[in-house]
Design a binder for this molecule. Structure first.
Ligand code: NAP
Length: 327
């Protein structure tokens, strides 16, 4: 066998191995690699990390993960009693002392409060190393039934509020020539699917802003990580917007559904943070496979989605399928 044949064979075997790894995993190939061979999450020890949306779901699990790794934490959300409970859980597990956790209640929709909140954190910890913009709300309604007012509200919490909080923290990062901003985007920030139009719009917009931010902040040594999870167990469907203003979906996730645990999602987020990855996809299949398909064969993927998606849209319209079910 000549050298060329050997190289071609190795390439083919390598591609087959990567495909198998892709199908066995719950995250993209670069994140898989980082989890196995990259920096451990323990390298985040002593960082001051501000997590928004820390009162439940992914944000709460991330708080436990990072506390276990020795980070000091700022916990923000609206429900102060839930944040105090998260703080107490961290202390009870022996991860951190109480002075290493600042509970900072915040309604992120009040954009004017963001600079005061930054000052409060800096007064307490003297620095911020990582801001995790995790707070957000999902949405379930068909576009034809969804009032623009709902689109606006989804956009305000998922897009404008993290943009505003980031802008309030950036001067501190730029002065230090160091910093890291993490965003919980979504697979819906890569692919729009029926019933999630406004939500997909808000996360796609965020993704575009992040790509610009990443390049603009590179000279200041500021990292930007976009985390795109697929379905994860949390309170998301309890609080999701619907086609009626001021009416939340109020659905508790069915434990039999195929979703990732918030703990696993938080662990992979921490790996992405420790390795300063720019964008990561965290999801069970088939959603993870769809992202690859949409990335590499956009037209074919969109054609398949619109044809196969008709059945689901028809069922939602007729009321024989639920908007909140992944299937
Ligand atoms: N679960 C999924 O399948 C999934 C998939 C992809 C992406 N995500 C994203 O993951 C992030 C976390 O969501 P989750 O799934 O963990 O849902 P969750 O359990 O409902 O958590 C949402 C968090 O956001 C906070 N929040 C909502 N509105 C807020 C406001 N106005 N001001 C301050 N905090 C606010 C909530 O706290 P308070 O109610 O106490 O304010 C809560 O802590 C979101 O950005 C979501 O879009 C979730």
């Amino acid at each position: 066998m000549d050298w060329l044949s050997v190289i071609v064979m190795l390439l083919v075997v390598g591609m087959i191995v990567q495909c198998v790894r892709l199908f066995l995993s719950d995250c993209d190939l670069e994140l898989q690699w980082a989890e196995k061979f990259g920096y451990a999450t323990g390298t985040l020890k002593d960082k001051v990390v501000w997590i928004t949306g820390a009162s439940s779901g992914i944000g709460e699990s991330l708080a436990y993960r990072l506390a276990a790794d020795g980070c000091s934490l700022v916990l923000s959300a609206r429900r102060e009693e839930r944040l105090q409970q998260v703080k107490q859980n961290i202390i009870d597990r022996g991860y951190l002392k109480k002075e290493n956790i600042l509970v900072l209640p915040l309604d992120l929709l009040d954009l004017k409060s963001h600079s005061d909140a930054v000052e409060t954190v800096l007064k307490y910890f003297k620095k911020i190393d990582i801001l995790v913009n995790n707070a957000g709300r999902s949405q379930r309604s068909l576009i034809e039934r969804c009032p623009v007012e709902v689109d606006r509200q989804v956009f305000e919490i998922n897009t404008l509020s993290p943009i505003s909080l980031t802008k309030a923290v950036l001067p501190h990062f730029m002065e230090r020539i160091a910093g890291h901003v993490v965003f919980t985007s979504s697979i819906a920030g890569k692919i729009g699917s029926p019933g999630l139009g406004s939500y997909a719009c808000s996360k796609h917009a965020l993704q575009g802003w992040l790509d610009a931010l990443r390049t603009e902040m590179y000279p200041y040594n500021i990292n930007v990580t976009s985390v795109c999870p697929g379905p994860v167990f949390s309170e998301a469907l309890v609080h999701a917007f619907t086609d009626k203003i001021d009416t939340s979906l109020g659905v508790t996730m069915d434990p039999r559904e195929k979703r990732m645990s918030s703990e696993r999602c938080a662990t992979l987020m921490a790996v992405a943070m420790a390795n300063r990855l720019d964008e990561v996809w965290i999801s069970p299949h088939p959603e993870l496979f769809y992202v690859y398909l949409f990335q590499f064969l956009p037209s074919t993927a969109k054609r398949i989605a619109k044809v196969l998606g008709q059945d689901r849209v028809d069922k939602i319209k007729s009321g024989s399928a639920s908007l909140h079910k992944t299937k």
